[in-house]
Design a protein around this ligand. Structure first.
Ligand code: NAP
Ligand code: G4F
Length: 374
């Protein structure tokens, strides 16, 4: 039985990867940092599995990392740990750099000095491209004629980081390349484009939107209020509507920042399969995982509100400048031709299916919460 260590096991991807590896007969050792409250909720599906265990460790504490790697002598090691929120990285650049760059260095050094032939996966990101892109002719099977050139990013697109988060990830990415070349370590980087899920952190834009849509849906169902604007009125802080009982009900506006940026959004479950495939190759390398589609935040709003039958979401959303970033990445669309060819990887979940799954899951969660309150 192979042993895998996952740094960042409590996160969105860590939980899906744990489940994937356990299903594939791995012994999984998850590393989580000490916290004053339980942060392992996403791991509920793994905790009872005898092949799953948790150990405490922090990637910025090199001693704890050396000890964990030398005690477990893993076949594979996945570094998913990060301060992963781009907006937060502008407010906490030092922590972000410590965790994302120095943390990666600590793991690489532990693997190098441990000499256990451990294969290493690094969570690199499409944020590293910043506003760079490559251009190719419009694909022949595309039904619409594009007004602008077909822009995309792949493994050969030059990196141009635009946030402390992206800079820290470029540093880690370059460290992995250096350790691969200098010491022959089987170390690969997955350059992953945005991937979301029912388990996405609630301060990322997709989950902010789907949890709001769920609250709206449950609130309207509860009161019988109208979503067609006839009975509803908008005041500064919240959207109000009159319920069947004649009482007034309200929900705060959904406050967002830049609605015009474009992202290539897939489902996290597809992406953890790609991480594992990278470590099964004879040779290490860098691979882009993406859907090849780009949607704006506005498109995401259309799709999510559409799930509950609302076409015009404008009265529910207000722009709060505090959610704008000092520098933005405007347009991401990945090209995963290399991963498709060499790993046989493709995404399974479409954009529409992703949004539907997130909205439905948030509606279920909200209904349970409402029942608990009653
Ligand atoms: P996430 O949900 O934010 O998870 C991050 C994980 O890192 C959490 O388990 C967190 O632990 C852990 N962590 C943070 N600081 C740590 C430290 N000092 N020591 C040990 N663990 C620490 O992120 P995700 O969406 O699963 O993403 C996984 C990785 O892929 C991240 O490196 C992210 O930057 C990268 N990535 C993500 C995407 C995406 O769209 N999701 C795309 C490209 C790359 P706590 O639970 O204690 O906070
Ligand atoms: O959901 P986001 O915060 O994701 P972002 O910045 O693209 O980063 C995610 O994907 C990266 C891969 O490209 C990962 F490396 C990273 O760890 C993370 O998982 O923001 C998406 C877009 C941005 O353009 C942002 O400005 O949505 C815009 N946005 C608009 N209003 C907002 C909001 N983002 C957030 N978080 N909150 C808002 O209210």
């Amino acid at each position: 039985m192979k042993t895998a260590i996952i740094f960042g096991v409590t996160g969105q991807d860590g939980s899906y990867l744990s489940e994937f590896l356990l299903k594939n007969d791995y012994k999984v050792v998850g590393v989580h940092r000490r916290s004053s409250i339980d942060t392992t909720e996403r791991l509920d599906g793994c905790k009872d599995n005898p092949n799953f265990s948790l150990v405490c460790g922090d990637v910025v504490d090199s001693g704890s990392i050396y000890s964990i790697i030398n005690t477990n002598r893993p076949n594979e090691c996945y570094n998913l740990s990060a301060q992963s929120h781009v907006g937060t990285s502008f407010e906490q650049p030092e922590t972000t750099f410590q965790v994302n760059a120095i943390g990666t260095l600590n793991i690489l050094e532990a693997i190098r000095t441990g000499s256990h032939n451990t294969r290493f996966y690094q969570a690199s990101t499409s944020e590293m491209f910043g506003n760079n892109h490559s251009v190719k002719p419009q694909p022949i099977d595309m039904k619409v004629t594009l007004k602008s050139p077909y822009r995309y990013q792949d493994e050969s697109t030059p990196l141009n980081p635009r946030s402390p988060y992206a800079v820290s990830k470029v540093a880690a990415h370059n460290l992995v390349f250096t350790y691969r070349e200098a010491y022959g370590i089987h170390a690969s980087c997955g350059i992953l484009f945005n991937h979301e899920s029912e388990r996405r952190g609630d301060n990322f834009v997709t989950r902010k939107i789907t949890s709001y849509v769920a609250s709206l849906k449950c609130g309207l169902d509860e009161t019988g209020g109208s979503d067609d604007g006839v009975k509803s009125s908008v005041i500064r802080e919240c959207v109000c509507w009159e319920g069947k009982d004649g009482d007034e009900y309200s929900l705060p506006h959904l406050e967002l920042g830049n609605l015009d940026s474009h992202r290539d959004w897939g489902h996290a479950e597809d992406y953890v399969r790609g991480m594992w495939l990278m470590l099964q190759q004879d040779k290490p390398g860098d691979y882009v995982l993406s859907t090849g589609e780009s949607h704006s935040v506005r498109d995401f709003l259309d799709e999510a509100f559409g799930c509950i039958g609302i076409e015009d979401w404008s009265k529910y959303v207000v722009i709060n400048p505090k959610f704008y970033r000092p520098a933005e990445v405007d347009y991401l669309r990945g090209c995963s031709a290399k991963a498709e060819l060499e790993l046989g990887w493709t995404r399974q979940v479409s954009f529409e299916e992703l949004v539907k799954r997130m909205v439905n899951s948030d509606i279920e969660k909200t209904e349970v919460e409402l029942e608990e309150i009653e």
